[in-house]
Design a protein around this ligand. Sequence first.
Ligand code: NAD
Ligand code: SER
Length: 311
Amino acid sequence: MQTVLVTGARGQIGSELIPALQERSEVETVVATDIEEPEAESGPTEKIDVRDKEAFATALEEYDVDTVFHLAAILSAKGENHPQLAFEVNIEGFHNVLEAGRQHGLERLVVPSSIAVFGPETPTDPGEMTTLAPRTIYGISKVFGEHMGNYYNWNFGLDVRGVRLPGIISHKTLPGGGTTDYAVEAFYDAIENGEYDYFVRDDTELPMMYMADAIDALIGIATAPRDSLEYPCSYNVGALSFTPKELTAAIQEHRPDFEAHYEPDERQEIADSWPDDIDDSAAREDWGWEHTYDLESMTADMLEHLEEKLG
Ligand code: NAD
Ligand code: SER
């Protein structure tokens, strides 16, 4: 991991993964790419649409990239509003990344999967080898990504890896159109307006994770010894699970006047199709995954940073 290229650099995760990669001693260069010009604080940037295979392949050659973190994607809620776009970016775009990576001789390709691979038929507390029956184009694209990652591994020796991230909570960059965005928006609205209208019911429980832990998970899977990985493209990584009601109570510990309202919309159906919690024992055993933040420590840290940011 000397010369790394990140797609989707401007997004919620990319904007925090890039500085974390730049701090690592073995990393010399991080090339930040996105469909919009990235705003990297240091290091090269390129405006690349992952649907343009030639442009992506040219960047791999130009910078002699050895590792790619492929983050460019259309997330669940936006994907349901724009399924054709989600297909082009998440499925065709990922195929471009795989093919260009294979032709270039990439050493490693890290691509996050998601709890969106699961569906209503998935059993409670699913492990890795469970029923994957997604109802969203986003979830379907993530199942495709896991299987294609394994296929390129078996057939072409391309070292593809990934973890199934839960909903990510962070204060630097707003999320880009997912079903779990309410767990971030509630913090902003608690500070800016003193109230928030959740777009899911108060008892909707979903797996979530603070950004610092998500960065650890991505770098952890990227640097794990390959022979320790039984499920290289599909590890569950859990941290916390909570309902909007529990999140509201945690915020009220700091801001007692915060008021929550609940107006479920079409995203409720997506949330209901995902499990409340996941079994991540394989990641903990195989490559030492562990999380740091619980609901209380995450809430305190989010509020502290957002109070500073929003004034
Ligand atoms: P995001 O929506 O915040 O960012 C995605 C980025 O991709 C954006 O900057 C966007 O401009 C870029 N992009 C969109 N179309 C593109 C294209 N055609 N070419 C190049 N760039 C394009 O997403 P994120 O939250 O940072 O997610 C990163 C990855 O992590 C995705 O694969 C996502 O599925 C996965 N993930 C995220 C979460 C979460 O809660 N944030 C949870 C599970 C998995
Ligand atoms: N947070 C993401 C979403 O809601 C899960 O992959 O789409």
